[in-house]
Design a protein around this ligand. Structure first.
Ligand SMILES: Cc1cc2nc3c(=O)[nH]c(=O)nc-3n(C[C@H](O)[C@H](O)[C@H](O)COP(=O)(O)OP(=O)(O)OC[C@H]3O[C@@H](n4cnc5c(N)ncnc54)[C@H](O)[C@@H]3O)c2cc1C
Length: 394
């Protein structure tokens, strides 16, 4: 039977990032579910500077920067059609002394860059085998693959997304909530300049967002009722492009759809525990929620950073790697819970057709628009201008 220090399940950005970080620290890593082909479904991720700094430490900084579009400002426009309309509010990164809130990169590019680095990383074995389950062994665990193969490991890391089989096999319960929403994603070309501003229209069905994705190109995230999303996807592309143009009041001119579409049902899934015995969860296996405030992968990369830091310290001290897992859980639990609740609250307030909530939202945006220190505080909280790992016990 083959063996390694750590087995990671899942070749998404969280799994690949963890695999690179742990192998770089000198641990032997076996990654299951490495992608054999990367599909571009028009999805992208706006990554904060702290996330890019962490990824740069894995040696992929220049390759990612070459594919990244800068996001200097975020504009929120109320299209809920409620009785009380929130004012259009623009948050500019320069107000908090930053060049940008983040950089937007196509998911397919992030995966391609991480896979390229992973293929060349000594100590990291990539396999496309699917995880089926595991059993405890005296000094570790035995991982079982769908094809019947087995692999011995000291630790197991679940990075296998929101329907995580690792989470299930470890008996970790989770809280879940389905929203009446599907996110449609694609990339658009348009004649007018986006001026490096991410524009979020808040509609009663969810956000309708244009994120800069290159010169004259934006990534669209359009959250709507699932039945409407199905109808939209059945339309010819030109017709859909016209609808998008009209919905956005032509603020970027007539758009052209230049990628495939993605359609993602919106749900919250939060694991009750991040660690159980020799198993840890990271990324969407631990926390999934709607794409509001770019909290998804950025949060996943914070998990990766903490896990790599804690396991590296245990490895260097010659301690049992499993002894680092409770420290990882301690680092991440509160932040994860707070972000998940915050996103749930914002999303639920947006889709609830309820006057008191509309008034609260309008008042909050008015206050943020008019009171600079409050706006600056909100921007700092939203974009984590504090570096990764800051303020924690090493
Ligand atoms: C519309 C939309 C917009 C978003 N925008 C942003 C944004 O702007 N900024 C941001 O930070 N985040 C954003 N997110 C969130 C972000 O995309 C996710 O958080 C991130 O992609 C999750 O990465 P992951 O590696 O945790 O999981 P996944 O990408 O789901 O990867 C899981 C991997 O595990 C594999 N796997 C599953 N089961 C098994 C198994 N049994 N064995 C082996 N492998 C398995 C899968 O094949 C997959 O490769 C957005 C999400 C959506 C839906």
């Amino acid at each position: 039977m083959s063996g390694s220090d750590v087995t990671i399940v899942g070749g998404g950005a969280a799994g690949l990032g963890a695999a690179l970080g742990l192998a770089q620290a000198g641990l032997s890593v076996h990654l299951l579910g490495a992608p054999t082909a990367i599909r571009d479904d028009g999805r992208s991720a706006a990554l904060f500077q702290t996330s890019l700094d962490f990824l740069a430490g894995l040696g992929v900084g220049p390759a990612l920067q070459a594919r990244a579009a800068i996001m200097r400002a975020i504009r929120i426009i109320d299209l809920t059609g409620g009785l009380v309309r929130a004012p259009t509010t623009t948050f500019r990164a320069i107000e908090i002394g930053q060049e940008a809130f983040g950089w937007n990169i196509a998911n397919a590019d992030i995966l391609a860059v991480l896979m390229e680095a992973a293929r060349q990383m000594p100590g990291l074995t990539l396999s496309d085998a699917q995880f089926r389950g595991f059993r405890n062994a005296p000094e570790g665990i035995v991982v079982e693959m769908a094809d019947g193969a087995r692999h011995e490991s000291r630790l197991l890391v679940g990075a296998d997304g929101q329907n995580s089989k690792t989470r299930e096999a470890a008996g970790i319960s989770f809280r879940t909530k389905d929203y009446p929403q599907t996110a449609l994603t694609c990339r658009l070309r348009h004649p007018k300049d986006h001026e490096d501003i991410s524009t979020e229209f808040h509609t009663r069905e969810g956000p309708f967002t244009f994120v800069p994705s290159g010169e004259g190109i934006s990534s669209l995230v359009w959250v709507m009722r699932p039945d409407r999303a199905e109808n939209m996807l059945a339309l010819p592309r030109e017709r859909l492009a016209e609808i998008i143009t009209r919905r956005a009041s032509s603020f970027l001119g007539p758009v052209e759809i230049i990628s495939a579409f993605g359609a993602v049902p919106m749900r919250k899934r939060v694991a009750d525990r991040l660690v159980s015995g020799r198993v840890a969860l990271i990324g969407e296996a631990a926390h999934a929620f709607p794409p509001i405030g770019a909290q998804g992968l950025n949060l996943g990369l914070k998990d990766v950073e903490s896990l790599v830091r804690r396991l590296t310290a245990a490895h260097q001290a010659g301690a049992d790697l499993a002894s680092a897992l409770p420290l990882y859980a301690q680092d991440r639990k509160l932040d994860m819970e707070m972000r998940a609740s915050g996103v749930d609250l914002m999303n639920s307030a947006l889709i609830a057709d309820f006057l008191p909530l509309d008034i609260t939202r309008a008042l909050a945006l008015t206050a943020l628009k008019q009171i600079a220190p409050l706006r600056q505080l909100a921007m700092r909280i939203g974009s984590w201008t504090a570096p990764f790992g800051q303020g924690r016990n090493a």
